[in-house]
Design a protein around this ligand. Sequence first.
Ligand SMILES: CC(=O)N[C@H]1[C@@H](OP(=O)(O)OP(=O)(O)OC[C@H]2O[C@@H](n3ccc(=O)[nH]c3=O)[C@H](O)[C@@H]2O)O[C@H](CO)[C@@H](O)[C@@H]1O
Ligand SMILES: C=C(OP(=O)(O)O)C(=O)O
Length: 429
Amino acid sequence: MDRIRIVGGNPLIGSIPISGAKNAALPLMIASLLTSETLTLKNVPHLADVAQLARILGNHGVDLTVVGKRLGDNGDHGQTYRLRAAEIVDTTAPYELVSRMRASFWVLGPLIARMHKAKVSLPGGCAIGTRPVDLHLQALEALGAEIELDGGYVLASAPGGLKGAHIAFPKVSVGATHNTLMAATLAKGETLIENAAREPEIGDLADCLNKMGAKIEGIGSSTLHIQGVDELHGAEHAVLPDRIETGTYAMAVAATGGDVVLEGARPELWQSALELLRNSGVEIEERENAIRVARNGSGVGPSSVETEPFPGFPTDLQAQLLALMSLADGTSTVRETIFENRFMHVQELARLGAHIDLKGDTAVVTGVKSLRGAQVMATDLRASVSLVIAGLAAEGETVINRVYHLDRGFERIEEKLGQCGAEIERLSS
Ligand SMILES: CC(=O)N[C@H]1[C@@H](OP(=O)(O)OP(=O)(O)OC[C@H]2O[C@@H](n3ccc(=O)[nH]c3=O)[C@H](O)[C@@H]2O)O[C@H](CO)[C@@H](O)[C@@H]1O
Ligand SMILES: C=C(OP(=O)(O)O)C(=O)O
């Protein structure tokens, strides 16, 4: 199993290209199930989750060609994927494939919409809470699907096709919004989704669906109107830049000190985290198609924040913030409101000398003058990268075990940080 070795203490200086967003690329790839024509996606990141989803889609009959190069090769920006589901050959998404990642469950909506039936295993994903799928199922039932649970599978059918409905989510869910939105594009009549998630990745999917012939209004708001159409067609779309990768590297620079330009980053996608860093004394300059992040000499101020659905502070940056606040001048409080078990990184950060007390859903972080390198264990995707940030800022050597979590969501992380002066390498075993 690969490990990452870091010798901390170097400031980060240089530039880092921001990849296409994992959490946008995945639903966009799934949207290919909705049409028999070719969907071309540009700026697709090279990630383990993308490769796994390609396997899942291949099992349903999607023909996938990769025509672009990896980010950075000859200045190319990301990979270009051509996906064509001329025919759906299998409407089952098996446990072996789906259990490894959360987004794979989102094939359910498109499969019922196009094929009027589907059998999809309950999903996996980061172990950060119970992560039920009740909202997905209730919304698909409202659209007319009959749903049964059997042997860990969701069996869904809608012999006469889906019908538009009024769906008011009792809780904001990114995945349930993606699933319902895709299903509703091919339902008969009008669908109204209230309390929809407003994450930019939802907007990216909706924009792409509209290019494919869908009729979606209200993009970017919490109320989506969808007028169903008989069929969708091919389109071309570029995956939006990864706001979580952007925030992660910004926090790494804030932790180590230095000066880095995040190429391709867009400020409006992570405004809440950007403001938090600014208020903590980190210099942030918004440029056209880039964001410069710098911290020279001064310390980092503490902060108090709660994770929230977009546009609030994202849960996917909470672990990284804890790593940074471990070195702040004072005490920070960080409340996790989205996932009930997303603090696994706390005990690992403690190995490096962080002082974090967990009080229910709130982490109280007392800043220390310095961290010291240690052996640590990655427990989930964002937890892993919080250990990378802490390791970069710590004195001495940190070795992170189980880095396969990191490969699910961070493209070429050693290379991107290494070119900014970090001493970081992958130890293959
Ligand atoms: C691949 C992807 O894009 N994953 C993201 C997505 O996950 P995911 O789509 O799984 O997260 P949701 O937005 O659905 O979850 C939000 C909350 O709603 C709850 N819930 C969700 C569905 C449901 O049917 N019932 C229910 O109770 C969840 O347990 C959680 O407490 O959004 C999360 C919240 O921004 C991010 O952390 C993940 O990175
Ligand atoms: C939690 C995440 O992913 P997933 O929903 O696939 O587990 C994440 O991207 O931080």
